[in-house]
Design a protein. Structure first.
Length: 422
């Protein structure tokens, strides 16, 4: 019997035994799907068998999208069948509470969004900024963090100030310090840059911002699912993230953390059902009595419960493995790749910092021997799914590895790059 078939049989048996995700049930499995008694090598092989991800190519683009394991798809399918058989789509209060606990925040501080960009837009437009107020960003922003701030600058006259990501956390903290002045109102940097995978020292940045009376608004697209993340311990005011990348959850699920003390300062611009604390259209004039006293005010109207059941299943999957174990494996693969790329010497330029604290899951490189687009095409022909990085003139190849990857896949990539470069 194949490994995949064994896994699916075990998965089905577990879901049937637990009755997981039926109706308003809790998103917690009653049976573990993870065998921690296996050797390390066999353990990670078994984890790989838990993904439907094709073996026809080597997938090294988790920084864009993280393929979900069978456990997540099964949870969503079970929920959808229940919804469509009962006609009751329900709510996701239990899933929200579970996800809040996973992220290390209070349930009242967590808004469930559709993606990181939605959370960032809530931050951008909700903060009380005036013409001439300054916001600090990097020159390596993802479109989801760059465009919202640029749009507010265009429409409201705020000023964007930027710095180039450096190769150590100390240097990046110093670069931010050097941009702060009396007009600085927000530090809005990514936890991890999408271009070269630079990890910023968010706790130190948040401490600095707080000491200066400045908001810290973090693009956390690459934070959840890589780090053993506890957002409250970071100390930032706002943190937007998603579940479809490193969390290995469904597309269309994201979150926004709003520190409770900042809730009344972040204006809810767009609201709807569940955002309010009461309203009446029969009075003259009609009246809105107030807003939901929690961060739930920022997510409104009908949303897919099945999607957030999937997000909760992804969180449970990480917990079954162990959040610290996931982070350790990600760092281990990252180091293995970095060391492999270093063997090419001057043939390539590694753009990701060598400092271990400044990287976790993604490495970018470029070469003078071949255009990055040509390199990307040739690697694709060799069966590797990577990402080309044209943003900010980086013009590089980005490789991102996750727990379903192996040392053997990394070795094959390094050999393919060496062959292409000659």
């Amino acid at each position: 019997m194949s490994n995949r078939r064994r896994f699916l049989q075990k998965l089905s048996a577990s879901f049937l035994a637990s009755g997981v995700f039926i109706g308003n049930s809790s998103p917690v499995f009653s049976n573990s799907l993870i065998d921690h008694s296996l050797s390390e090598v066999d353990f990670w092989k078994e984890i790989r068998n838990g993904f439907p991800l094709t073996r026809e190519r080597v997938y090294l683009n988790n920084g864009t999208f993280g393929p979900a394991p069978y456990a997540v798809s099964q949870a969503m399918n079970t929920c959808l069948e229940e919804i469509n058989s009962s006609g009751e789509y329900g709510h996701f209060d239990q899933e929200r509470a579970f996800l809040a606990d996973f992220l290390g925040v209070k349930t009242d501080e967590l808004s469930l969004t559709h993606n990181t960009t939605e959370g960032i837009n809530i931050m951008v437009w909700g903060l009380p900024l005036n013409k001439g107020d300054e916001v600090i960003l990097t020159t390596h922003e993802h479109v989801g963090n760059g465009l919202p701030w640029l749009n507010r600058a265009k429409l409201d006259g705020i000023i964007i100030r930027t710095f180039e990501p450096q190769d150590t956390q100390a240097k990046n903290l110093e670069a931010i310090k050097n941009l702060i002045n009396s007009k600085t109102r927000v530090i809005a940097v990514p936890h991890v840059t999408c271009t070269t995978g630079v990890v910023f020292p968010i706790k130190e940045i948040a401490d600095l911002a707080r000491s200066k009376g400045i908001y810290s608004a973090i693009d956390g697209a690459h934070g959840a699912g890589t780090f053993d993340l506890n957002i409250s311990e970071l100390g930032c005011d706002f943190y937007a993230g998603c579940f479809h990348k490193w969390m290995l959850g469904p597309v269309g699920t994201g979150f926004l953390y709003v520190k409770k003390e900042r809730l009344e300062e972040l204006q809810a611009i767009q609201i709807g059902g569940y955002s309010d604390a009461g309203w009446d259209m029969t009075t003259n004039p009609p009246v809105l009595y107030g807003l939901n006293p929690t961060a739930h005010r920022y997510d409104y109207g009908t949303q897919s419960r099945a999607l957030y059941v999937g997000a909760a299943a992804a969180a449970k999957y990480h917990l079954e493995i162990g959040k610290q174990k996931v982070e350790s494996r990600i760092r281990e693969l990252n180091e293995y790749l970095y060391t492999g790329l270093q063997t090419m010497g001057t043939k390539i330029q590694i753009l990701t910092p060598e400092e271990k604290e400044s990287r976790i899951a993604m490495i970018s490189f470029k070469t003078d021997l071949k255009d990055f687009k040509e390199m990307g095409i040739e690697l694709a022909k060799d069966g590797f799914r990577i990402r080309q990085v044209p943003e900010s003139g980086v013009n590089a190849i980005r490789v991102s590895t996750h727990i379903y990857n192996s040392e053997a896949e990394i070795e094959s990539l390094v050999k393919a790059i060496a062959k292409i470069l000659g």
